[in-house]
Design a protein around this ligand. Structure first.
Ligand SMILES: [Zn+2]
Ligand SMILES: [Zn+2]
Length: 264
């Protein structure tokens, strides 16, 4: 664990998290992590509960304060998790040129202004109408070139399963392989997000079949993120994930892989 950085977590600067910055740092130290990156949500859709919540100055004040307090023992990177929606691409571009982060993560959470894991997302949608727009939006996100890091790629596997049966990755591979080809070509890097484990999945987001294909297509590196919203989830499942990634021949980014500029 001592070499690993948890690149995805949220503090009270995100509307849906309960952990303070200090609690996240303390938990990371307890886990023996080398570093953390607190990636608060930034949302551009008024329908998103996180809209208008983000406060860069308050976030940076906590980063500076915690660097003074923990910096000799813990590397603290700056980051952001951007909710990508094609229609807000201009706003996202403006935001990313106005603020600088070590780590910019792009994630798809909403389709047609609805969070994809809410029951109402499924209303009136067939199985393909539920999944396809998600893959299309992820592809658009990759093609936008806005993000060095792509968050929880198969997040949609957490859709309520009783509606459509178990998520079968093979079924969506035609979409996923196009996404991965573009992603590798662009030099973007996949996040391996272990929060899937606390949502009852046996594999992280994305699962091993997707990570194997990423490797086959020329992907070399990943980052690890717990997506912790509370302190005890920092570094969740990292040891096992790191061992699996080694077996797959994928390398976990070292701290010098983090660019200081936010775009690729
Ligand atoms: Zn997310
Ligand atoms: Zn997150």
């Amino acid at each position: 664990m001592h070499r690993l950085i948890d690149c995805h977590m949220h503090s009270t600067h995100s509307c849906d998290a309960t952990a303070t910055f200090d609690e996240l740092c303390e938990s990371a130290l307890k886990q023996g992590l080398r570093g953390i990156c607190v990636t608060e949500h930034i949302d551009f859709d008024k329908a998103d509960p996180g809209y208008g919540y983000y406060d860069y100055d308050a976030y940076m004040a906590d980063v500076d304060r915690c660097r003074k307090k923990y910096g000799s023992r813990l590397m603290i990177k700056t980051g952001i998790e951007v909710t990508y929606q094609t229609e807000f691409e201009d706003d996202i571009r403006r935001f990313l040129s106005a603020y600088e982060f070590d780590h910019v993560l792009g994630s798809v959470h909403l389709i047609d202004h609805v969070f994809i894991l809410y029951p109402e997302y499924l209303e009136g949608r067939s199985k393909s109408e539920a999944y396809e727009p998600y893959w299309q939006e992820v592809l658009a996100m990759v093609e936008s070139g806005l993000f060095k890091f792509i968050g929880h790629l198969d997040y949609i596997k957490s859709l309520r399963r009783e509606e459509y049966g178990e998520f079968a990755v093979e079924e969506w591979m035609p979409y996923i392989s196009v996404i991965l080809e573009k992603l590798v070509q662009s030099g973007a890097i996949l996040e391996v997000n272990t929060s899937a484990l606390r949502r009852g999945h046996a594999e992280p987001y994305p699962g091993w079949a997707i990570l194997r294909l990423y490797k086959d297509l020329g992907g070399t590196h990943v980052i690890l993120g717990s997506d912790a919203h509370s302190p005890h989830r920092v570094g969740l499942g990292f040891r096992e994930a790191a061992a699996q990634l080694r077996q797959l021949g994928l390398e976990i980014c070292k701290d010098d892989m983090f660019p200081s500029s936010m775009t690729i």
